[in-house]
Design a protein around this ligand. Structure first.
Ligand code: EPZ
Length: 436
């Protein structure tokens, strides 16, 4: 795909698009399949590069992957799993964070693994200290190597009590994927409970795992000896759905999103309504539209589930540039997630970022050198500009801003968007965007 897109903005997006399986779930379910004695079948799989990356990595270790892009059905047979050569692994790791989640399954099956240094969006340090502490607690031995880490186990991995310092999605997934076949019981306190985490628990339960989730973020796992393959229909991508919904708001449009699921988006829908958007929920999906009157400013704080998701924040900020007044956004999950606002300022937005925790509780980044609060004053007409995409969600926000702006914009680095938004060019055309 060419990495430059010309956008002729200032027109409302309108029409119907479909979102398929969640980018932040599907690759994890593929890793979970490595724990099974038999083949697994995953439905509603989107055509995104994170799926390619994991397909390549599991293939390297001898698993067989068949993915029918049309039907979205992916088969994964892990029966011939074997260790892989370090140099090949590096080539497949790509800019993903998923490889760190291979640790548990490969330790159980192969007793050892080499995990390449991770990629992922530059929205903060993206440390993996929680992951490494968790693996050591289960009994894994970890050595830092050039380009990654080598892990191995001498005896069986044993269940543990783990207190997460922060409800980290990745660290919760690390614990789930390692504990299900460890000996004994694991208690994980302070766990993430996102819908994607719950869907991963449903997959593991189908495979034979015994997992309970309490209302106080405590997850208990009883280790089992055998796990089978699974058949599962992936939950829809609520981040993609919210991104297009924010695009409808920012461009004064009307988009029906097939597959959008209200229970996963409750908090987003509340904020969408407070900003002045309108939505209709049906069994097939959700219609998001701008009802025509002025958009309202809000005070917003991102948080772990069930709070307002950090990945929903950037696309919504574009819509807030069109709201009639001053909005405050306090990003509490990542320390550096307002990089994308520079391009919006170049297009005429009035956005100022601050080091202070604004409009909400003190968070981990207060009184440090992180610009993690933003003040947006609107409405400001946006004009076309030349922009370079910084990261996945920020990149989609640039696209929305270009679509909302009067005149022509040139957006560089759009192939990064295909990491998390399948067929987004054909979706833009289906929504009558003027692009080339
Ligand atoms: C997942 O990232 C998602 N990515 C992110 O989506 C999402 O924003 C994030 O969860 C929060 O919901 C995938 O699922 C592939 P975390 P993850 O561990 O697991 C700190 C997107 O655009 N932390 O919940 O990496 C971390 O620095 C992406 O789709 C540690 O300090 O997120 C952050 O401040 C962006 N040490 C906080 O926890 C660790 O060992 C939340 O991170 C791990 C995390």
């Amino acid at each position: 795909m060419a990495s430059v897109l010309k956008v002729c903005g200032g027109r409302p997006l309108h029409g119907t698009i479909t979102v398929r399986g969640a980018k932040n779930f599907v690759p994890k379910a593929m890793v979970a399949a490595l724990l099974g004695d038999g083949e697994s079948e995953l439905h509603n799989v989107p055509l995104i590069s994170d799926v390619d990356i994991v397909s390549g990595l599991v293939g390297l270790h001898g698993a067989r992957v068949d993915f029918d892009q049309e039907s979205g059905v992916l088969h994964l047979d892990p029966q011939d799993l074997h260790t892989a050569h370090i140099v090949d692994i590096d080539a497949h790791a790509g800019s993903s964070r998923i490889p760190i989640l291979f640790c548990g399954p490969l330790l159980h099956r192969l007793k050892e693994a080499f995990i390449p240094d991770l990629g992922g969006c530059n929205i903060g340090g993206r440390p993996i200290d929680f992951h490494l502490d968790i693996l050591r607690t289960f009994g894994a031995k970890i050595e830092k190597k050039p380009g990654g880490i080598r892990i191995h186990r001498d005896g069986p991995l044993t269940g543990a009590v783990i207190d997460l310092p922060y409800p980290s999605v990745g660290a919760t997934e690390q614990t789930l994927l390692t504990s299900v076949k460890a000996q004994g019981i694991t208690v994980l306190r302070g766990a993430a409970i996102e819908p994607e985490i719950m869907d991963l628990i449903h997959v593991l339960q189908k495979m034979g795992a015994i997992i309970s989730v309490d209302t106080d973020r405590t997850i208990r796992i009883e280790g089992v000896d055998k796990m089978s393959g699974f058949v599962h229909h992936a939950l829809p991508d609520r981040i993609e759905a919210a991104s297009w919904a924010s695009a409808a708001l920012a461009t004064g449009g009307d988009i029906f999103i097939k597959g959008a699921h209200q229970p996963d988006m409750t908090t987003y829908l509340n904020v969408f309504r407070k900003v002045g958007g309108a939505f209709d929920v049906t069994n097939q999906g959700i219609r998001f539209y701008h009802p025509g009157h002025a958009l309202q400013p809000i005070v917003l704080e991102t948080n772990v589930h069930p709070g307002f998701m950090t990945d929903w924040q950037q696309p919504l900020v574009v819509a807030l540039t069109q709201a009639d007044g001053i909005s405050i956004v306090h990003e509490t999950v990542y320390e550096n997630r307002f990089g994308f606002t520079k391009a919006l300022r170049d297009m005429g937005a009035h956005i100022q970022v601050y080091r202070e925790c604004l409009g909400g509780l003190d968070c981990r980044f207060g009184r440090r050198n992180f610009h993690h609060s933003a003040v947006v004053s609107g409405p400001t007409p946006l004009h076309g500009a030349e922009v370079i995409i910084p990261d996945l969600r920020g990149g989609f926000s640039h696209l929305i801003a270009a679509l909302a702006a009067e005149g022509e914009s040139t957006v560089h680095g759009i192939n990064m968007i295909s990491r998390g938004y399948e067929h987004f060019l054909s979706k833009l055309r289906a929504l009558h965007a003027h692009i080339e």
